[in-house]
Design a protein around this ligand. Structure first.
Ligand SMILES: *Cc1c(COP(=O)(O)O)cnc(C)c1O
Length: 405
């Protein structure tokens, strides 16, 4: 036997060395917590010093099924042993399965797989522009997006992200983008003209501070789009995939987008996103219009397929509905009892507590207390836990949070 096979080739670093090397070698685009995460199990994460954390961030709404899910891991391992990548010049079965599952879950007709959310937005924007071009024979399409939105960091996605701070240094943005006020139908109507090809917004604004769309707004925009022949793009990269208690949040409003973007929990950790569209709209894209080397590769699609399968098998949506009702009650109690907690907003297991102070200190304290949370906007604590949490996990989260105020 080859004894050397078991020998570690890698130099083992301690926690401090990992942090120092990261700060030396990685481009400094994040202020990170001084914690090195090492492994996960269920809804818990462990750092390199063995400290345990209850995870109410799920890697930013990604790890819906919890960590170390055996069936999910086994499906990935099996696909790795079979075939990881092909190229989009060939068919592969996992992509067909994932597309079938995603169209069934969303009511969309066709799918294009990407590697991230921002790429899903790029694709959605290109599809809307191409659809307009086919219809009007002109390439002067405009898009209406929302203030305080977040759609990603690549240039197209950044251009529809209503946050001056993110855009400031990177101009000029792609032209023809206008910003309306979220949940203010009149502000959208004011911006519409005969060049408007699409209106894009998040069904629940995530990074902007956890703001669900009002029923009047989403219905009003849908009606406006129908009247004017404008495409409705709903970004469900964060709020989709069961997070709000339905597979996609728009399904609770009784409206349907023309183009839908999905990512984050779609692969539950394996980088995969998608934009999906109705048949009518999707056919505007033809060979040569859009492409990707990795997008829709067998490994990523095996993950997505397994995610859809496990959502059904583990009754994830039922769990979200049940546990989120309980979670909302507990969060509402905090609004009643803690001075600096102003308001709760959210749907399902996508919740936000707005504070009258910067949430930074509370979130840091929560980390000390073994609870992982993220912020949203400037003054909101965001809760986007794995969708498999129990009421006991909620109790533990609330206890740790209370201690952190
Ligand atoms: C995270 C996010 C994106 C960008 O996704 P990435 O995978 O980070 O590129 C886009 N839209 C929304 C609503 C998001 O939450």
């Amino acid at each position: 036997m080859c004894a050397h096979k078991n020998r570690k080739v890698r130099v083992i670093m301690n926690t401090q060395q990992i942090i120092e090397t990261a700060e030396e070698k990685l481009i400094h685009t994040y202020n990170r917590y001084q914690i090195v995460l090492d492994k996960g199990d269920g809804v818990r994460l462990y750092d390199t010093d063995g400290k345990e954390y209850l995870d109410f961030g799920a890697g930013i709404a990604v790890f819906a099924l919890g960590y170390n899910n055996k069936e999910y891991n086994d499906a990935l391992k099996a696909q790795i042993d079979k075939l990881i990548h092909t190229s989009n010049y060939f068919y592969n079965e996992p992509a067909v399965e994932a597309a079938t599952a995603l169209t069934k879950a969303s009511g969309m007709d066709r799918v294009f797989f990407t590697n991230s959310g921002t790429e899903a937005i790029e694709g959605a924007v290109k599809l809307a522009k191409k659809y307009y071009y086919v219809k009007n024979g002109k390439a002067d399409a405009e898009i209406i997006a929302m203030q305080h939105s977040f759609h990603g960091r690549s240039m197209g996605a950044l251009a529809v992200t209503g946050n001056k701070h993110y855009q400031e240094a990177f101009g000029p943005m792609i032209p023809g983008i206008k910003f309306a006020q979220y949940n203010d139908l009149d502000s959208v109507k004011e911006l519409v003209n005969d060049k408007t090809c699409a209106i894009i917004f998040e069904t629940v604004q995530g990074e902007g501070g956890i703001y669900p769309a009002t029923k009047e707004f989403i219905e009003g925009v849908r009606k406006l789009c129908d009247e004017k022949g404008i495409l409705l793009i709903l970004d469900e990269i964060q709020c989709g995939m069961g997070r709000t208690g339905s597979m996609f949040a728009f399904q609770q409003y009784g409206v349907k987008p023309d183009i839908l973007t999905v990512a984050k929990a779609l692969g539950c950790g394996v980088p995969v996103g998608a934009f999906a569209a109705t048949e009518e709209v999707a056919k505007a894209l033809v060979p040569g219009d859009h492409g990707t080397t990795y997008g829709g590769n067998p490994l990523a699609c095996a993950a997505a397929t397994k995610v859809f399968e496990l959502f059904e098998k583990q009754h994830v949506l039922d769990n979200v509905k049940e546990v989120s009702a309980y979670f909302e009650e507990k969060l509402d109690e905090l609004v009643e009892t803690i001075d600096v907690v102003v308001e709760r907003r959210g749907m399902g297991l996508m919740q936000g507590l707005e504070l009258s102070v910067n949430p930074k200190d509370v979130i840091a304290k929560a980390l000390d207390n073994g609870l992982i949370l993220f912020s949203a906007g400037t003054n909101v604590i965001r809760f986007v836990p794995p969708l498999v949490i129990t009421k006991a996990d909620v109790d533990e989260c609330i206890a740790k949070l209370k201690k952190s105020f």
